[in-house]
Design a protein around this ligand. Structure first.
Ligand SMILES: [Mn+2]
Length: 307
């Protein structure tokens, strides 16, 4: 079977749950590996290296610090290391796929991809799939969990330790960002979304237009005036009927086929620079169903087709 993207694939695990309220997503990288990610990508025709995990402290041995941004310093440290790993893979001409882990790791993966793009003299687009907006800051947050702050931080809002991680801020320009699948947005996040000017395709818009038209519009945004885009895929984009093992399940997500179709459409036109697959929580899962779905979805974005 032809592989659409011919770059070598670098898998990078980030077993972090410091950014989440509920424990268990630190086992996400294992769930994806045990579901056969590496072998199945090789079978699809890709050259794959599992580069292992980025070191992460566990909450039992770390200091939570401020309740408005819990474990900020530990999360920042892990993300600095992740940003280096992502940038190194891109410099080597590889495609980094980051296995999470809670969504706070997007701060590092996007920092790494954006720094590489800047060295190439161009902007990075950002395509974010999520039930949530992840547009909180330490000022707006209800929980203090940094996994709800990744998109805001990448746009330059929030704690400077997070926004300035890896150098310049913002990492991405709002007019080059699309968020797809939102259905659970905090009041403070709603204001941040409007203030930032990013394009959000809510579940209502997916219901009305269909996933194909939404992806066409979103891909036009992240491809316009960029050298390509980072895909940040939160497994909770998919409905809990199909992805029960996620950090923060929210009813009313896309179905199994819509999830695949979204990533098949991303694959068709090319342009994906790097990717995160985050928030798989084996503790809430049913015999690794969600880990298996995550692997299948990564295969779809890397060129697997039905025929
Ligand atoms: Mn998220």
């Amino acid at each position: 079977m032809a592989a659409s993207d011919t770059r070598p694939v670098h898998l990078i695990g980030v077993p972090i749950d410091l950014g989440a309220g509920r424990r268990g997503v630190d086992m996400g990288p294992s769930a994806l590996r045990i579901a056969g990610l590496c072998d199945r990508l090789i079978h699809l025709g890709h050259d794959v290296t599992d580069t292992g995990d980025v070191a992460v402290r566990i909450p039992e041995s770390a200091d939570a610090g401020s309740e408005r941004a819990r474990f900020r310093d530990e999360i920042a440290g892990t993300n600095r290391a992740l940003a280096d790993r992502v940038a190194t893979s891109l410099e080597a001409g590889a495609l980094p796929i980051v296995l999470g882990g809670d969504h706070s790791l997007s701060i590092g993966s996007i920092a790494g991809a954006a720094s590489w793009a800047a060295r190439e003299g161009d902007d990075l687009g950002l395509l974010w799939f999520d039930a949530h907006a992840d547009m909180n800051t330490p000022e707006t947050t209800i929980s203090g969990n940094i996994h709800g702050m990744g998109l805001a931080a990448s746009l330059g809002y929030g704690d400077p330790v997070l926004t300035e991680l890896g150098g310049s801020t913002p990492k991405v320009k709002p007019e080059k960002v699309a968020l797809i699948g939102a259905r659970d947005v905090d009041p403070g996040e709603r204001e941040m979304v409007h203030e930032s000017g990013i394009r959000v395709f809510t579940m209502r818009e997916i219901d009305e237009k269909g996933i194909v038209r939404v992806l066409e519009e979103a891909l036009a945004i992240v491809r316009q005036g960029t050298l390509g885009f980072h895909v940040s895929w939160d497994m909770d984009f998919v409905d809990p009927n199909y992805a029960p093992g996620v950090g923060t399940p929210v009813i009313g997500g896309v179905n199994y086929r819509e999830g695949h179709l979204a990533l098949e459409l991303v694959s068709d036109g090319g342009g994906m620079v790097s990717m995160d697959c985050v928030e798989t929580n084996p503790i809430l899962d049913d015999r690794n169903r969600t880990g298996t779905l995550g692997v299948e979805l990564i295969l779809s974005v890397l060129g697997k087709s039905i025929l």
